[in-house]
Ligand binder design. Structure first.
Ligand code: FES
Ligand SMILES: [Fe+2]
Length: 413
């Protein structure tokens, strides 16, 4: 990869094409729905290179504006939350959840007329999977996509988020990098393996055979690992543009799945969103439902670069593989260790990186499309209702796509 493409892929600040692609074509997760108390404190959020304020009025409705007050730029995150409206604390200008200016107390005469001339950048909001999403692109928003993790009953999904100091693409790439699972997460995989031939096979065969299936919404890939001469343990993960990795259950075909999306705040920070979900039954992953703050989960590595990110070498002497104690903390540590924006001109890729190459190609195509033509990218808004991750032991002969699709149809009827 050359330096120009690396910049095109990673940079989102200012007028960068990737920032425009993300803001103008996709719904962006902003804040956990449970963090927005009705009538409570507004939240300042940093999304794709810009600052916004998100709040929930007393009626429960949510609103999102550019952070700076249209009057003279004070932060509306300092505002008072009054009757489904935010009032700027500097001079008291007030904006309702629909973005109408409803009070200018400093105006002498014709306050209504003054209000009608004030425009605030108000961004549509949508609640799904316990997250408030915002449409930053202006104009009529695209319909909210039919993600498998959205629209499930309570108990079938658990969202969490963690803020990290590296570029968003490192997060997305880590999510779609099936090759690392049996290496970086060897220990975690071992805890899942108990008596399950597929997962055991995955642990023994470190190099999966990839098969990529391009889709209008992105792609899905199968990572096949031999169980024996006639069977493979096949993990099908899904990439939905621009940042969603849909990760198959680790243990059983109807196990909990994980949607992971690394969303840029700016060029060198991202929020790692995770939704643990299960369409078939309530989520049972105990560590997602108890003992954790969903705004601070999974745990960050316990140290900085000078402490090797808090890696515990004593633990490794006792048999620990990586010196970290949570599977996602392992991911965070390696992604942090790549630096704020990894220099992709220096990489040496191999066959284990096929899915990563594909996702880069798709994102580059999107960034180039918005460079060439302002406006919507034709791949945004593609139907993803059939995009589902999957894992099971399959017959070696036979088309995994057909097998997986047939299983999914069965599961839904
Ligand atoms: S800056 Fe907000 S009312 Fe003046
Ligand atoms: Fe990982």
């Amino acid at each position: 990869m050359n330096a120009e493409d690396n910049a095109l892929l990673t940079r989102v600040e200012g007028d960068a094409p990737m920032g425009r692609l993300l803001r103008e074509n996709f719904w962006v997760p902003a804040v956990l729905a449970q963090s927005l108390e009705a009538g409570g404190a507004p939240h300042r959020v940093h999304l794709v290179g810009r600052h916004y304020v998100v709040f929930r009025g007393h009626s429960g409705r949510t609103g999102c504006f550019d952070e700076g007050c249209p009057h003279r730029g004070a932060s509306l995150a300092l505002g008072r939350n009054e009757d489904d409206a935010l009032r700027c604390i500097y001079h008291g200008w007030k904006f309702d959840v629909d973005g109408r200016c409803v009070a200018i107390p400093t105006q002498v005469g014709d306050e209504a007329g003054a209000c009608s001339r004030v425009k605030i950048n108000r961004h549509p909001t949508h609640e799904a999977a316990g997250i408030v999403w915002v449409w930053l692109g202006g104009g009529e928003p695209l319909p909210f996509p039919d993600y498998e993790f959205a629209g499930l009953p309570a108990g079938h999904f658990v969202p969490a988020r963690q803020k990290l100091a590296y570029n968003w693409l490192q997060g997305v790439e880590g999510t779609m990098d099936s090759a690392h699972v049996t290496v970086l997460h060897e220990e975690w995989l071992g805890t899942l393996a108990q008596g399950r031939s597929g997962v055991t096979a995955a642990g023994q065969k470190k190099a999966p055979r990839y098969d990529i299936d391009e889709q209008p919404y992105g792609f899905r890939y199968a990572a096949h690992r031999e169980v024996d001469a006639v069977r493979t343990y096949t993990r099908v993960n899904v990439f939905i543009l621009p940042w969603f990795g849909m990760i198959c259950p680790g243990d059983a075909p109807d196990g909990d799945r994980t949607a992971i999306f690394a969303v840029p705040c700016d060029d060198t920070t991202n929020v790692h969103w995770m939704v643990r979900y299960n369409p078939d039954k309530p989520v049972t992953s105990y560590y997602f439902t108890r003992h954790s703050d969903p705004n601070d989960w999974p745990p960050l590595p316990p140290g900085g670069p000078d402490e090797n990110w808090g890696q515990d070498r004593k633990l490794m002497k006792r048999g620990g593989i990586t010196g970290f104690t949570n599977v996602t903390t392992e991911d965070f540590a390696v992604n942090l260790s790549q630096g704020p924006i990894v220099d992709r001109t220096k990489e040496k890729l191999n066959s284990g990186d096929l899915a990563i190459v594909r996702l880069r190609q798709q994102l580059l195509a999107g960034a180039r499309a918005v460079q060439a033509v302002h406006g919507r990218w034709e791949k945004a808004g593609a139907d993803c209702s059939a995009a589902r991750p999957f894992a099971d032991v399959l017959p070696r002969e036979g088309d995994w796509r057909r097998i997986v699709d047939a299983t999914q149809v069965d599961a839904r009827t």
